[in-house]
Design a protein around this ligand. Structure first.
Ligand SMILES: Cc1ncc(COP(=O)(O)O)c(C=O)c1O
Length: 253
């Protein structure tokens, strides 16, 4: 039996000073930023509730991998390691690394020619919506109603509303470019989508002849929630809970 702990079983050995401000200073920061948290500077923030990107601690193994990483201009070992892991997780043959999620979104939506078309998603992450709209497409969020109810204990508040998805596929016809599931649903509080919902959304997309894509930025966490919360999935490892079959993952962080 595995030992259980009530503490996180790791040591964090580095500290970084946090900026601490008075309520008056914070009010001034917010006014200067026109109440837009994207315009705040990180040095004005004590606890960052906008993003977890770049704010988390890294493990000793992650730091070590940076030191031993091979960044050779062509044919680097780090590329082959990444490719092998992505192929193993997704079953897809072709892997195109990009430096950030937002750049892969730009490439994908340019290739899929979203101009004048709709992208149907549970929720678009902000960079995803920006890329769709920049290319003159329309980004539609079709997350289930429970997602907007903070009191709801629904286990998969990142699910897409399948009835609304089918309606938009039906009436949209050629106007629909693709169906996109963000796992976890980061624009909606990082809530997970169930495997059942992912499979049903993929099935609907394919029935209407549309590509089904995953924005898989937090696919590992989503797989963990599937294992923990979805009936019938407890016997699987998170790697096996990952929706491997019919989706094309967008490369995200
Ligand atoms: C779901 C999702 N999609 C896309 C992105 C954009 O990725 P990047 O910040 O690497 O451009 C993020 C970033 O957090 C994300 O959470």
């Amino acid at each position: 039996m595995k030992p259980k702990t009530i503490v996180e079983p790791f040591r964090i050995r580095m500290t970084e000073p946090l900026p601490v401000s008075t309520p008056e200073q914070r009010q001034a920061y917010l006014r200067n930023a026109h109440f837009n948290p994207f315009l705040l500077r990180s040095r004005e923030i004590t606890i960052d509730l906008l993003t977890d990107s770049g704010t988390g601690a890294m493990s000793a193994a992650q730091w070590a991998a940076i030191m031993t990483g091979d960044e050779t201009y062509a044919g680097s070992e780090s590329y082959y390691q990444l490719r092998d892991v992505v192929q193993d997780l997704t079953g897809h043959r072709y892997v195109i690394p990009t430096h950030q999620g937002r750049s892969s979104e730009h490439i994908l939506f340019s290739v899929l020619e979203v101009a004048g078309k709709q992208v149907l998603a549970n929720s678009h992450f902000d960079t995803t919506r920006a890329n769709v709209e920049y290319l003159k497409g329309e980004a539609l969020d079709l997350v289930i109603e429970e997602a907007r109810n903070t009191g709801s204990q629904h286990p998969f508040k990142g699910n897409i509303d399948l009835a609304r998805l089918e309606h938009h596929l039906e009436v949209g016809g050629d106007k629909v470019a693709l169906v996109l599931m963000t796992v976890t649903n980061n624009a909606g509080g990082g809530q997970p989508a169930s495997l059942e919902n992912l499979r049903a959304a993929a099935e609907l997309a394919h029935r209407y002849g549309k590509p089904f894509m995953l924005d898989a930025a937090r696919f590992a966490e989503n797989a963990w929630f599937i294992k923990e919360r979805e009936p019938g999935q407890q016997h699987r490892t998170p790697a096996k809970s990952h929706a491997r079959s019919s989706a094309s993952p967008m490369a995200s962080p």
